[in-house]
Design a protein. Structure first.
Length: 552
């Protein structure tokens, strides 16, 4: 039955495919990007021009957080500070105001134009652009994981919207800026619309973020798969009983080489390729504030959605050109003999899973996933593999819209529902976006199954030096720490600093302003497993292996 489902999913996605500035040579200081930081900005040679990177920071994908005009005038919940100005404190990379970004939204926060109004949404760059501080300079790494605290940001945004509704002085200032004219009738409609968006944002947070005494995710982590499955089974099916606690946060994966992989996601759940890559990106939007409309009587061909299909294709095309970052000479010169000795150790301890038998700039490179149970924390993989849901309004409709295929019965696996909604979104790309249900204010993607529930995907380690902290859940702060036996690794450390430690290869782990304490004893945070290279006892062998990892 599972094989039939995979074959039908592949057929459906194939059907979908048939219808649907200045540059740097190595490292250099460059003023061509609008990143707004105090220290000199250094960009790395990764195959993108500055204009291409700026496009990546700006391009919308159909994500809808809050109406754009509202964000411009929104204040923080605690005072009168501009909410936009507060976002960088959550670890997202600030940008200067420019013609394309007149209010200085951070990297990856974009203006998303819908049929009814413009929205602020997120694009890939918000979570997949890194910034490393060293030697008085800041190094921008395209495609690297951010240290952004998505949980803190989303909760603060929901609080700010609710406070604007509840606090009369805040509401007066907001209404005067937003409405034209701010008469009583328009103010009442604005009040109602504010409460609706406050409820939407709180609803998302309640489904997908820690509540009460649940452990926080912390900077640089989110339960992405849990959120996607909650949105497709709870929100879009309007079936609250399908909710499952999102309790398995993972680090944001790095993007270079992603289009060249045969599978993606930490658990290798999503097959990759020309058609599947679009499905994978659509699924991401559905989990990150996109919207689709599934009527009670399912249509014969596709769903209306906010997803920007062509933009997702264009984003994927650009990521094909992205190359892994190379170790900056400012971080320390690499000795050729040390690196050569490290290569031999890598071949002995690491290469069976983390092959480097390709060139970083080979456009035809193809990377085959190595799936293994290396005894790391299993919660993410188990949550995804075992997810079941009531099909609700999907019951009786054709799975993946395949005319002669099977129909949904009372329940289905979470990934089956996800694939169906992804296929429906792509097939419905010609339809107008669904009504956002706000008043008319007058305002100025087949998934393959691994046999073992605890398996995760190994990937090549080129550019790994720029992706700390390590393991899928970010439970090990540096590469040096990862080479220790699990029982000797740090049990607690602080996350959030961008200050780089080139000796240990990772960020500083001491307490600092805005940092968050990572506790590896909490479920989902285990530092155990992946004990490879941990039997190296000679200090010079460890240094050699680390030197080689820096060189990749």
């Amino acid at each position: 039955m599972r094989l039939i489902s995979v074959l039908l999913s592949t057929f459906a996605l194939t059907l979908v495919a048939t219808i649907s500035g200045c540059s740097t040579s190595d490292t250099s200081t460059c003023d061509c990007r609008t990143v707004d930081i105090k220290s000199p900005l250094v960009t790395l040679e990764q195959g993108w021009t500055d204009s291409q990177a700026e496009w990546f920071y700006n391009i919308s994908q159909g994500s809808q957080l809050i109406p754009y005009d509202w964000m411009v005038f929104l204040e923080t919940a605690e005072g009168s500070q501009s909410f936009i100005d507060s976002i960088p404190k959550f670890g997202f990379i600030p940008r200067a105001k420019s013609g394309g970004n007149p209010y200085g939204l951070p990297v990856g926060f974009v203006k998303d134009v819908d049929r009814d109004r413009s929205w602020v949404g997120l694009t890939c760059a918000a979570c997949h652009t890194g910034l490393i501080e060293y030697g008085g300079s800041s190094y921008l790494v395209d495609g690297a994981p951010t240290l952004g605290d998505a949980e803190g940001f989303l909760k603060a945004l929901a609080s700010a919207i609710q406070a604007t509704h509840d606090d009369e002085q805040k509401f007066d200032r907001f209404a005067k800026n937003v409405l034209d004219p701010p008469d009583d009738a328009e103010r009442q409609k604005l009040k109602e619309a504010l409460q609706r968006i406050a409820d939407v944002r709180k609803g998302y947070n309640d489904r997908n973020l820690p509540q009460g005494d649940q452990p926080a995710f912390g900077p640089g982590r989110v339960d992405a798969l849990g959120a996607i499955l909650n949105e497709v089974t709870v929100r879009f099916l309007d079936f609250p009983a399908n909710h499952r606690v999102a309790n398995a946060p993972v680090s944001y994966p790095f993007l270079w080489d992603a289009p060249h992989h045969d599978r993606v996601q930490w658990n290798g759940a999503a097959p990759n390729g020309k058609v599947h890559s679009l499905a994978r990106n659509v699924g991401e939007v559905l989990g990150v504030f996109g919207n689709i409309e599934i009527p009670t009587e399912p249509p014969t061909l596709g769903y209306a959605s906010t997803v920007q299909i062509q933009n997702l294709r264009d984003i994927e095309s650009l990521i094909w050109k992205l190359k892994s970052p190379q170790w900056p000479k400012e971080f320390g010169e690499l000795d050729e003999k040390t690196v050569a000795r490290g290569r031999k150790l890598y071949d002995r301890h690491c290469s069976e899973c983390h092959s480097l038998d390709f060139k970083r700039d080979d456009e035809a490179r193809r990377i085959v996933a190595q799936m293994a149970n290396v005894q790391t924390d299993s919660l993410t993989a188990k949550n995804f593999r075992t997810r079941q849901a009531v099909t609700g309004r999907l019951k009786g409709s054709k799975i993946n819209f395949v005319p002669f295929g099977p129909e949904f019965v009372d329940t289905a696996s979470g990934d089956t529902i996800l694939i169906h909604e992804v296929v429906g979104t792509i097939l419905g790309g010609w339809k107008a976006a669904p009504d956002d249900k706000l008043a008319d204010l007058k305002m100025r993607g087949p998934i393959l199954k691994a046999d073992d529930l605890d398996q995760y995907k190994a990937r090549p380690l080129n550019g790994i030096w720029a992706t700390a902290p390590y393991l899928h859940n970010g439970s090990v702060p540096t590469l040096r720490e990862l080479l220790k036996p699990a029982n000797l690794r740090l049990k607690k450390f602080w996350v959030g600093s961008r200050k780089f430690n080139p000796k240990d290869i990772g960020f500083e782990t001491g307490k600092s302003d805005g940092a968050w304490e990572f506790d590896t004893s909490i479920e989902g945070n285990s530092k155990d497993g992946h004990e490879y290279g941990t039997d190296l006892t000679k200090p010079e062998d460890i240094e050699d292996l680390l030197a080689f990892l820096k060189s990749q």
